[in-house]
Ligand binder design. Structure first.
Ligand SMILES: Cc1cc2nc3c(=O)[nH]c(=O)nc-3n(C[C@H](O)[C@H](O)[C@H](O)COP(=O)(O)OP(=O)(O)OC[C@H]3O[C@@H](n4cnc5c(N)ncnc54)[C@H](O)[C@@H]3O)c2cc1C
Length: 560
């Protein structure tokens, strides 16, 4: 005979259950899941599909992610029920629940919840009354939430200012930006007039020390910029999709993982305005949202993520590896996963370097939207990244001109993007066209292009985004690491077997045992988000196999 997890006598005294007819009460007791949570354990996270819950024992904190941080906004006690708001509104869960103490929770699905409402007018009235008061509470709280945590004052053309804004944007930290040159009247009176560079205020109080840097801003916002320890099972270099996947899988499978990222997480994908082909997001997802979710996931599993730090050297030491960060900090690790991706290829055109950051940019971050409103934008490149950027900026700019060296987009861009571009009247494609030079006084003002069979043509330009492919930047890695002629790192079957070992390199392992490589920087990889994620995840399985063959954690040893 089926034994119910809850006995009716355990729950009938709760006001919601007391309204139910005896037969329904028995059915609910018989069909509900009985969840036991330890103190600190999550019941559900913001953004997940909702369930209906009744707290039978203990207490739960209600946490809402506000301006980038989880904050306790309410507490549930024994007898409280919850989950009715997202279930009845058809949304995802909009707050997280964590056990304040050891707790016992009854969990019901959508059908069981509907049965409760349908089976008694009193139950239905109680649920509606609770829901109304919660919606009112949510409304009041939303009005109290500060819209941004950070104020950045600085010029559109200041590189430090742009780097800081880019960091905030990719990490989805709401910020307000006052462009000193365009809107001097909005510069807060408290800012010293003699300041040349940018100024940053965090949480309306803390003024980031002068001159502000991405690292100082990250630290002021509570991001880790220094590793906690000296020794790890695996250090992941690079926080793009491949590195983040390795961090999520590594920590979830019990490894002590450190991920080091020189800027902010997301890598190239973080700059994509809409990734439409990643599994599980039928409406597409922006690169920064995907990256931010992955970051939270990696941290939730216990990976340590250090931002704004550059890995400058990796070297084999006795039984493992030593990883050196900028500033000379050294970390020992049993294995390393390289996930450093690629950097934008430089455009050969007269004056291009002079206007770098002053109208000319490599890549195209969503953050630039504000700077191109009503302007003339040029994009060089015919790949998917150029197509996405054209679509995105066409919503802001007066005109977007895509300059393509070849005959058009057919061979280089996905068909779905070509179709989307056709629907935007302010996007023009110019085939067989290259950039000859750029000009201007302090910032970009003109562009000179050459189209096959025509005379060079100079015209006004406010912004030029260069997206002409990318190079692997692997010159800093050990000389004995095998790379192809373009610098991409060889792994697994690209390599000859090891004559002096009982095994050959694992897939995704380089010719140096314990040094793995995943994602775009790997020779012959498929340069996509999903393949990077797949490789990052797979690499962990091979790291486990490798670790089984080597001795216990390494001591910290000097870099050779
Ligand atoms: C604009 C754009 C749009 C795109 N759209 C799509 C799309 O729609 N669908 C799709 O599948 N793919 C898309 N791609 C391709 C996809 O983003 C890449 O294939 C993917 O990001 C590769 O991931 P990765 O982790 O290997 O490398 P990357 O994303 O390049 O990440 C590497 C990371 O390593 C860091 N790093 C490098 N060196 C160091 C170091 N020494 N120390 C510390 N950190 C370091 C970098 O800062 C970077 O964050 C797009 C790419 C771009 C640029």
């Amino acid at each position: 005979m089926e034994v119910p997890l809850f006995h009716v006598d355990e729950i009938r005294h709760f006001p919601l259950m007391a309204c139910l007819p005896e037969r329904q009460l028995e059915r609910i007791a018989r069909g509900a899941a009985d969840l036991r949570l330890q103190e600190g354990e999550w019941l559900i996270r913001e953004g997940e599909q909702p369930w209906f819950f009744l707290l039978v024992e203990g207490a739960l904190d209600v946490l809402k992610e506000l301006t980038g941080k989880d904050q306790v906004v309410n507490r549930y006690k024994e007898g409280d029920f919850f989950g009715e708001v997202p279930l009845l509104l058809g949304t995802v869960t909009f707050a997280s629940l964590r056990a304040k103490e050891n707790s016992r929770v009854m969990k019901l699905d959508r059908v069981q919840f509907k049965e409760i409402i349908d089976s008694s007018p009193d139950c239905s009235a109680l649920v509606m009354k609770t829901m109304t008061s919660r919606i009112n509470m949510i409304q009041d709280r939303m009005l109290d939430i500060p819209v941004s945590r950070v104020l950045v004052v600085g010029s559109q053309y200041d590189t430090d200012c742009r780097d800081i804004r880019s960091f905030l944007s990719v990490n989805r930290i709401p910020y307000e930006w006052v462009d000193k040159e365009r809107e001097p009247e909005r510069v807060p009176a408290c800012m010293p007039a003699e300041l040349n560079g940018p100024a940053v205020v965090v949480d309306h109080a803390f003024c980031v020390g002068q001159p502000p840097t991405v690292r100082k801003v990250a630290a002021a916002l509570g991001y880790r910029t220094e590793p906690r320890g000296d020794g790890y099972d695996v250090v992941v270099v690079g926080g793009g999709p491949a590195g983040l996947a390795a961090a999520v899988y590594g920590a979830s499978e019990g490894l002590n993982v450190l991920l080091v990222e020189r800027a902010s997480v997301g890598g190239q994908a973080g700059t994509s305005s809409r990734i439409e082909n990643y599994l599980g997001f039928p409406g597409g997802i922006s690169g920064d949202e995907l990256s931010e979710r992955a970051l939270r996931q990696a941290e939730r599993f216990g990976s340590e993520i250090v931002l704004t730090r550059d890995v400058q050297n990796v070297a084999q030491i006795d039984g493992g590896w030593c990883v050196e960060l900028d500033g000379g900090k050294r970390i020992s690790t049993r294995a390393v996963i390289l996930a450093t991706g690629v950097d934008w290829r430089r455009l050969e055109a007269e004056n291009i370097d002079r206007f770098m950051g002053r109208g000319v940019l490599y890549g195209a971050s969503r953050m630039e939207a504000q700077t191109v409103v009503g302007k003339k934008v040029f994009i060089v490149g015919g790949g998917n990244s150029a197509g996405q950027a054209a679509m995105f900026f066409s919503g802001y700019a007066e005109s977007v001109t895509v300059l393509v060296r070849g005959e058009g987009l057919k061979l280089t861009m996905s068909q779905y993007l070509i179709e989307q571009i056709k629907t935007r009247p302010n996007i023009t494609i110019e085939p067989y066209t290259t950039v000859v030079s750029v000009g201007g006084e302090h910032a970009l003002e003109t562009i000179c292009t050459k189209t096959r069979g025509e005379e060079p043509r100079t015209r006004p330009a406010d912004a030029l985004f260069v997206m002409i492919g990318a190079n692997a930047n692997t010159g800093w890695l050990p000389a004995e690491l095998k790379r192809d002629e373009l610098g991409y790192v060889c792994t697994g079957r690209d390599l000859p077997g090891w004559a002096d070992k009982e095994r050959n390199p694992y897939p995704l392992e380089t010719n140096l045992p314990g040094l793995f490589c995943v994602g775009d920087v790997r020779h012959a990889s498929i340069k996509r988000v999903s393949s990077g994620v797949g490789e990052g995840s797979m690499a962990i399985a091979f790291v486990h196999q490798y670790l089984a063959t080597v001795q216990a954690p390494v001591e910290q040893v000097a870099l050779v």
